[in-house]
Design a protein around this ligand. Structure first.
Ligand code: CTP
Ligand code: CA
Length: 226
């Protein structure tokens, strides 16, 4: 049902994938981050490799081994991820932005450990660059796939992100659903495409979800190159 397990669909193609969380430093011992495990992005990198692609995986800090044969670029902050992604974007045929990028970072990163003082304290934050949005502005031949992590109104938010970020497909997941989200081996996702179609997938292993996303992406690449 989920593909024929065929290989080499992406032979000769360059695939750029981001995975994991970012870390935004408060001081040398503290940071703002999230629960992303990187499993979905690493599964995608492995599947893209299995399909014969040249794969670059830009990864935030995670507890995973890079799949063999994949070029890994390790980054910490959203800004580092942005730079690494841009430097590999031009040659890419398919870009999949699985990473859970921090939306905000501390305005100031303290050089030394911040000492406790008053009962209350405030950390001022500023927006990071929206990497997927920036890629959507720059894209030429690249097929651009984004993710959407939602806790409610999944369909409406996912469709909004698809067009706001000029992506070709959005993979949406309700991170509150059982068996879905950040630190699980399974996921429940819905694929949204620009032709308005929506494909709801059942609870599946992240490996099987990755196979499906890569399969759908190769179909879109073929359509684009017609
Ligand atoms: N993304 C990104 N750079 C950011 C934030 C998000 O590239 N600074 C990408 C993610 O990698 C993902 C997509 O944008 O592919 C959607 O991320 P998500 O957090 O769901 O959406 P946001 O646009 O950040 O909106 P919000 O968090 O307010 O829902
Ligand atoms: Ca976000």
């Amino acid at each position: 049902f989920f593909g024929t397990n065929q290989a080499n669909r992406l032979k000769g193609k360059k695939v750029l994938i981001t995975a994991g969380p970012t870390r935004e430093k408060i001081d040398p011992v503290r940071f703002i981050s999230n629960h992303s495990s990187g499993k979905m992005g690493y599964a995608l990198a492995e599947e893209a490799k299995r399909q014969g692609a040249d794969v670059v995986l830009v990864s935030g800090p995670v507890q995973l081994q890079a799949p063999s044969g994949v070029d890994i670029v390790k980054v910490e902050s959203a800004e580092e991820m942005y730079k690494a992604v841009l430097s590999h974007f031009d040659g890419a045929d398919l870009v999949i932005k699985t990473a859970a990028v921090a939306d905000y970072r501390p305005k100031i990163t303290h050089e030394h450990k911040v000492k406790k003082q008053a009962e209350d304290m405030t950390i001022e934050l500023e927006r990071t660059k929206d990497i997927l949005y920036e890629l959507g502005q720059r894209k030429k031949k690249q097929l651009l796939v984004g993710f959407a992590a939602e806790t409610n109104n999944v369909e409406a938010y996912a469709r909004k992100k698809l067009f706001a970020k000029n992506a070709d497909m959005i993979v949406a997941n309700n991170v509150m659903a059982d068996g879905a989200g950040f630190d699980t081996d399974t996921n429940i996702v819905t694929l949204f495409k620009r032709d308005g179609t929506m494909t709801e997938l059942p609870l599946m292993s992240k490996t099987a979800v990755a196979e499906k996303i890569i399969e759908e992406s190769t179909v879109l690449i073929k359509e684009m190159n017609k």
